[in-house]
Structure formats: structure tokens, C-alpha cells
Design a protein around this ligand. Structure first.
Ligand code: F6P
Ligand code: MG
Length: 478
């Protein structure tokens, strides 16, 4: 972008705060995790390698905290390394507190993954997996509430006795639209609880963020809501495309655990309501921004539903420390989760839900580069009726993580993905970074005023917390 990107040198940005306060905490968590796993190793060679990885993580933390230069990534055999290193050179080998936030944050996770990729025994180890699982466990109340809601909906959609069976087309469409908006909003707020922000949130906070009441209360915090336009886009495809033709929706995933769970809720709804015939999910290839989905998280989630009793009734480490035992699941709760497993695993087995990884999603650049560096992926996405980008990082990548004026239209801020691209883009994002676009005039100022965050020297702090959200759509037409 010609507009400058967010930079770690900007002391009032969340980038600076992230580099100084959050990344060291994330690295310490990773060091602890590998240390714990190493101490359980019976294989000596594996344990030795584990120690080496711990050392590599500690070195990275040291370099960050002492503001050293970012060093070229070691070649771990993946083709994206050259891109990272070329870009590092072009950027003049910057140090940690004088570098583009987006590039350096991607570099951080890519560098962590080289430590594992270059080992023999730890190649497939996900250093964030434990954290992802234990946070998912704490989402139990919301998971149970949504499982029951989804199963009811499935029954209604399948039943000819459904209250909508005899309704007029208009009434039916209105009901579909309301449900579409509800499912998307569930999916949106599921993003509020990613693990890289967990340094600020307690488990109680997480549970409060996830229930249906909190969703209603938070509706006013959706500052831009283009869901009606996204619905029209799917509806007109359904009406205009011949019956046996594929109508695909793509979801560029964000976080594992609860967020992936709600992504499945949306995917299942779109398929069962006939708004889409196929859903393509795009995970990451490597552990990314702590909580992002890698392919294994997908099977882990299905396994939780299948073995819900043992998952939810086994005390976590913190339960054991507090002498607590989690309450047993009721028979109804267990059946609801089991039905969800049956429903989602058959959609997957029938090829209606597809997992499609691509290295593009873990490169350092913004999505402005898509058609240049990954023309095949770009063409593939053009054949989708709608590409839904989940979460904050995807939004930063869509908008180049640049310091746009907040009233800049979303269609402009996504550059080559905007008008004329042939891509139908929907961003579902709770705000956890400085960049925000598409706001009506005066909204940024009003929120700043309300929160006492005015003045040149104050950053856009309101946009860091995950409390506000934007849902932005571009139809990609010229
Ligand atoms: O804002 C904190 C942060 O780690 C950002 O660096 C990143 O954009 C985001 O959170 C990750 O959030 P999400 O999981 O929603 O992409
Ligand atoms: Mg994430």
C-alpha cells in the first residue's frame, strides 16, 4: 500500500505493545511447553533435540528483547523461506523495534517453526496444541448451548413439518436471512477469544464472551455490518445457478477450538439450508499466531465431540491444582455432541466440507499479493460464491495492515482484491489491531471520546481489545 504500514517503532501502536509485552510471554509459554514435553521423553536423542529447540526459542526471545536484527531464516526445505529472506534483505535487515508489524509477527512464527522442521523427532510437533485444547475445554457451556441449537435447526431444516414449510417465498427468505445473520454473528464473536490475546482474559471472561446473551448485548459493537449484502450474494447464486451446479463458500480459517467449532456451525448451516453446496476450509500449514487452525486441529475437534465425556470430565491441570472435578455431562448433552459429530463427519465424508491447505496463508505478505504470487489460488477463489476471511490477522492482511484513515472504504483498502477482482470477499473480524476501515465519519472519534482516548499521542486503543467488530463485504464487480 502507499499508505504506511503499522510499525513496531510506533510506541502508540498495538504492534509496539505486542513486540514488547506479548511476544515474550508467548515465547516463554512455548519454552515451557517444549521443556515439559522434553522432560517426559524416554528417547535420549529426542530429549537432546528438545533441549536444542528450547535453546533456539530462548535465543529468539533474547534477540527480541534486546532489539537485535532479525536474522535470515535457516533453510528448512520449504520454498517460502527464500521469500521471507529476500524480503528481509529488501527491508534492510531491520531490528525488532523498527520493522513492519505484519512482517515481523509472521517472521516470529515462521522462525519458531524452523526449529521444529529442522529436527528429526519434533517435525510435526505443535507447540501451541496443549494451549488450544485446554482453552477449548473452557468453552464447554457455549459449546453445549450451540450444539443443542444446531441440532434443533438441523431437524427443522430437514423436516417437512417445519414451521416454514408452507410459508410464502418472501417469508421463507426473510427467515433464512435472519438465520444466516445469526450464524455469521456466532461465527464472528467466536473470534473474540483467540489465544494470542489470552494474556489479558480470564476463563470466566471467555465464557461470558461466548454465550447467546453476550452476543445480543454486543450487537451494538458491530460497527459495520454488511451481512445483508453477503446474504444477497449467496441467495442470488442459489436462484440463478442451475440446480446441479456447485455453489461453493470458502472460509479462510482463523483459530482452532471454539472458533473452529463455530465455523463448522456456519458451514453446516450454509449446506443444510441450501445456501451453498460445498464449503472449502483453508487452514494453516504450520502453528501460527498461537491459536490458528492446522489440519490436525480439525480431527482433534471431531474427536472431542466423539469422546465428549472423557474430554470434559477429565480434570484439567488447573482443576487438579484447585482440587476440583468438572461436573459430568448430562445424557442429553452427550447425545447432542454425538449428533454434531455424526452430522459434521458425514458432511466431510460426503465431500461437502473440504480442507484445502496452501502455503500462501503463512507467508509474510499481505493478501494484496495474492494474484501476483499465487495466481492459481486466486483463480480458485474466484470460482467461489463467497470467500469468508475470519479474524483479525486475515483482516490485517486484507488491508495491508496499513494506517488507513478509518473512513477509507473497505473496497479501497483491500486493493487488488477489491472492485474488478472477481472475488467476493467477506471479512468477519473482531478488532484486535490498530487498522480499521469502512467506518462512517465520526465513529472513531465518538468511541475515542467515550473512552477518554483522545489526542495525537493516544493510539486507537479501542480497536485492540476484541470488544468491537466489523463485518465488511466487497462483491468484486468492476
Ligand atoms: O492483536 C493481537 C494479535 O495477536 C494480532 O497480532 C493478530 O492480528 C491477532 O491478534 C490474532 O488474532 P486473530 O486470531 O483474530 O487473527
Ligand atoms: Mg488467529
Amino acid at each position: 500500500t502507499k499508505t504506511l504500514p503499522s510499525h513496531t517503532s510506533d510506541k502508540k501502536s498495538f504492534g509496539f505493545f505486542s513486540a514488547r509485552d506479548r511476544w515474550p510471554v508467548i515465547l516463554t509459554g512455548a519454552i515451557d511447553d517444549v521443556h515439559r514435553a522434553t522432560s517426559k521423553c524416554t528417547d535420549l536423542e529426542k530429549a537432546e533435540e528438545g533441549k536444542k529447540i528450547t535453546q533456539g526459542l530462548a535465543t529468539l526471545k533474547y534477540e527480541l528483547q534486546h532489539n537485535r536484527d532479525l536474522t535470515p531464516l535457516p533453510d528448512d526445505g520449504s520454498p517460502d523461506i527464500a521469500g521471507y529472506n529476500d524480503e528481509l534483505k529488501q527491508r534492510g535487515n531491520p531490528n525488532w523495534f523498527n520493522v513492519s508489524w505484519l512482517y515481523s509477527e509472521c517472521y516470529l512464527y515462521r522462525r519458531i517453526s524452523t526449529l521444529f522442521a529442522l529436527s528429526t523427532y519434533w517435525k510435526n510437533y505443535d507447540v501451541f496444541s496443549q494451549q488450544k485444547m485446554s482453552t477449548f475445554r473452557s468453552s464447554r457451556p457455549a459449546v453445549i448451548e450451540l450444539a443443542a441449537r444446531y441440532n434443533d435447526l438441523t431437524r427443522q431444516l430437514q423436516s417437512s413439518q417445519s414451521s416454514l414449510a408452507g410459508a410464502s417465498n418472501q417469508k421463507r427468505e426473510e427467515a433464512e436471512k435472519t438465520l444466516f445473520m445469526e450464524m455469521c454473528e456466532i461465527c464472528l464473536w467466536g473470534n473474540a477469544t483467540d489465544l494470542s490475546l489470552l494474556t489479558n482474559l480470564s476463563y470466566d471472561d471467555i465464557q461470558k464472551l461466548q454465550g447467546s446473551e453476550s452476543r445480543k448485548a454486543n450487537e451494538k459493537n458491530i460497527l459495520v455490518n454488511n451481512l445483508p449484502a453477503a446474504f444477497s450474494c449467496l441467495k442470488s447464486a442459489q436462484q440463478n445457478v442451475s440446480k446441479d451446479q456447485e455453489r461453493r463458500v470458502d472460509i479462510v480459517l482463523d483459530n482452532a477450538g471454539f472458533e473452529l467449532f463455530v465455523d463448522f456451525i456456519l458451514a453446516g448451516y450454509l449446506l443444510q439450508s441450501g445456501l451453498a453446496t460445498h464449503i472449502v476450509l483453508h487452514p494453516k500449514n504450520i502453528p501460527w499466531f498461537v491459536s490458528d487452525v492446522v489440519p490436525k486441529d480439525f480431527s482433534d475437534l471431531l474427536n472431542v465431540l466423539l469422546n465428549a465425556k472423557s474430554f470434559y470430565e477429565t480434570p484439567s491441570e488447573s482443576d487438579t491444582a484447585d482440587g476440583k472435578t468438572p461436573p459430568p455431562l448430562s445424557e442429553k448433552e452427550e447425545t447432542d455432541l454425538r449428533q454434531l459429530f455424526d452430522n459434521w463427519s458425514s458432511l466431510y465424508a460426503e465431500g461437502k466440507i473440504i480442507l484445502r491447505p496452501n502455503a500462501f496463508w503463512t507467508e509474510a505478505g499481505s493478501y494484496w499479493r495474492l494474484s501476483q504470487t499465487h495466481p492459481e489460488l486466486c483463480e480458485d477463489l474466484k470460482s467461489s460464491e463467497l470467500v469468508i476471511y475470519k479474524g483479525d490477522l486475515n483482516y490485517r492482511k486484507l488491508t495491508g495492515d496499513a494506517m488507513w484513515d478509518p473512513t477509507t472504504p473497505f473496497t479501497e483498502a483491500i486493493g487488488p482484491l477489491g472492485p474488478g477482482s472477481g472475488l467476493r470477499t467477506l471479512a468477519l473480524r473482531t478488532c484486535k489491531a490498530d487498522v480499521v476501515v469502512g467506518l462512517p465519519k465520526g465513529v472513531d472519534e465518538k468511541i475515542r471520546e467515550e473512552r477518554g482516548e483522545t489526542g495525537e499521542e493516544v493510539g486507537r486503543k479501542w480497536a485492540w481489545s476484541g470488544k468491537y467488530a466489523v463485518v465488511s463485504f466487497c462483491d468484486g464487480k468492476a
